[in-house]
Design a protein around this ligand. Structure first.
Ligand SMILES: [Zn+2]
Length: 264
């Protein structure tokens, strides 16, 4: 299994992070991607990846912190991305659930980081909430900058929107929320092309059933993967192979590390 989106340096999980990483082999986790949300957490993610064989990193500014995105962040992410285990730019995007920061500030940071990822030749991981209309506008306007791949992290949109995004060759990651009783995401999961499907935890948030309510950890990606396998009508091992392969296709820098002890 690969957890394609985790935040184990978040303050609640940080005291557990050494244990979480040490237990990855016995938990069946071949890899996890630690995701930055601003300059400080991006540096932390890159450092964690450099120090731990099975950990990879994304660096970027989350829409919530878009007001802080500037030249310093741009230069920092560019320099961190030289590291072999920093595999993409994220999480970036639009979150209109809250009123702040203002939408134009979010859009500016989002577009700037799409451009940065393009310059660096890296894929992007998107956090999008309540902003699918503006997302489409921005993707259309920046279509020439998307050739390195894009991932809809914790995808919560509709099956129709999966088809809209297919023309940008998007990948889709599902998290623990799909296992919630009222989520009814089966048709959305089935709408995603099988070679574009990933799983993630977004830990410490979004803990899947049967641990809903507890702090989430990368190992719980197993329950989301089992749910997805069930929806697709394939066995767990096949869903595991599929999502691992898709993760490596989207983040090709990871491929260099999948030999010997952690081969697929
Ligand atoms: Zn996240």
């Amino acid at each position: 299994m690969i957890d394609s989106h985790a935040h184990i340096t978040e303050e609640r999980l940080l005291p557990e992070s050494a244990r979480i990483i040490a237990e990855m082999p016995e938990d069946g986790l071949r890899a996890m991607i630690e995701v930055g949300c601003d300059a400080a957490t991006s540096e932390q993610a890159a450092a964690l990846a450099a120090d731990n064989a099975r950990v990879f990193a994304l660096v970027g500014t989350h829409p919530e912190f878009a007001a802080d995105y500037g030249k310093r962040e741009q230069e920092l992410y560019a320099s961190l991305s030289v590291q072999p285990k920093v595999v993409g730019i994220g999480e970036i995007g639009l979150d209109y659930f809250y009123e702040t920061p203002p939408r134009d500030v979010q859009k500016r940071a989002f577009v700037a980081q799409i451009g940065l990822a393009h310059e660096l030749g890296l894929p992007i991981a998107l956090h999008i909430r309540d902003a699918y209309g503006d997302l489409l506008d921005i993707l259309r306007a920046n279509a020439s900058c998307l050739s390195n791949g894009l991932l809809m992290h914790c995808y919560s949109g509709s099956a129709e929107f999966v088809r809209e995004l297919a023309r940008f060759d998007a990948y889709f990651a599902f998290g623990g929320a799909v296992t919630f009783k009222n989520a009814k995401k089966q048709d959305v999961i089935r709408a995603v092309p099988r070679d574009r499907l990933l799983v993630e935890t977004d830990c410490p948030y979004m803990t899947p059933v049967p641990f809903r309510g507890k702090l989430n950890e990368p190992k719980y990606v197993r329950y989301t993967l089992a749910f997805v396998a069930d929806v697709l009508g394939v066995d767990f091992a096949e869903a595991e192979r599929l999502t691992e392969r898709n993760t490596l296709e989207l983040f090709p820098k990871m491929k260099d590390f999948f030999n010997g002890s952690i081969c697929l």
